[in-house]
Design a protein around this ligand. Structure first.
Ligand code: GSH
Length: 249
């Protein structure tokens, strides 16, 4: 096992991007093993590196860590991004879960049937605006940080999720001045500023190539999804429906 921090994931955001953000905010240098082939995933399986046969997987401090929340809890605890006591930690966890609720909706979107896209986008925007962003706006009313008087993982996750939301809905923060001011201060922190520069390990929004690779590497998973119902979009469904058409049509 490497003595450096190594993250094993696709060349995209998915469930690993918040881990990358936390490492970057903490100023931790890390290496990446980018999964592009099914064989790489099978090798990790055969090596027993993935406790639940899933990525995100990271190598850190002589351990193989899986489960994105567990990974982030470890990094936040180790690098002092988890508050000064249990009560602060509980508040940080509540904010963190809210950001995960929003990010999960965004992450799955490229894997959903295209006909659902508009409906899903509207749901994301509506939920973010009416439920999540108002709570963060309030939390930042009299403070530079969401919890206590120091940077925590909640701040890092909030910056990440608000930047993701703005990619989809450019004016979404127009009625949230505290979050806008927060973003500017966060972007100026040296470690964050570095991560936001082109060429960093921050990943771009998902594109078709990323979706294709994920579907190939995790073919067992998407095959199961396809077998569950005709609405799932996957290579097998497309192949089956094409094959079912009479030739020449
Ligand atoms: N609860 C897990 C879920 C991880 C997960 O769903 N990973 C996907 C890729 S993002 C995976 O490896 N799926 C393969 C499978 O479930 O067999 C976490 O948060 O890490």
């Amino acid at each position: 096992m490497s003595t450096k921090v190594v993250v094993h994931y696709f060349n995209g955001r998915g469930k690993m991007e918040s881990v990358r953000w936390l490492l970057a905010a903490a100023g931790v240098e890390f290496e990446e093993v980018i999964l592009t082939k099914r064989e790489q995933y099978e090798k990790l399986l055969n090596d027993g590196a993935m406790m639940f046969q899933q990525v995100p997987l990271i190598e850190i401090d002589g351990m193989y860590l899986v489960q994105s929340r567990a990974i982030m809890n470890y990094i936040a605890g180790k690098y002092n991004l988890y508050g000064k006591d249990l009560k602060e930690r509980a508040l940080i966890d509540m904010y963190t879960e809210s950001t995960i609720d929003v990010m999960d909706m965004i992450i799955v979107q490229p894997f959903s049937p295209p006909e659902n896209k508009q409906k899903q986008l509207s749901a994301i925007e509506q939920t973010a605006k009416s439920r999540h962003l108002p709570a963060f706006e309030k939390g930042l009313k009299n403070s530079q940080f969401l919890v206590g008087n120091q940077l925590s993982r909640a701040d890092v996750h909030l910056l990440e999720v608000t930047l993701m939301l703005q990619e989809l809905f450019p004016t979404i923060l127009s009625t949230f001045p505290n979050i806008q001011a927060f973003q500017e201060k966060m972007k100026a922190l040296p470690t964050i500023s570095k991560f936001l520069q082109p060429g960093s390990k921050r990943k771009s929004p998902p594109d078709e190539a990323y979706v294709k690779v994920v579907k190939e590497v995790l073919s067992h998973y998407f095959k199961r999804r396809c077998e569950k119902g005709p609405s799932a979009v996957c290579p097998w469904t497309l192949r089956r429906s094409k094959a079912a058409k009479p030739s020449g049509s």
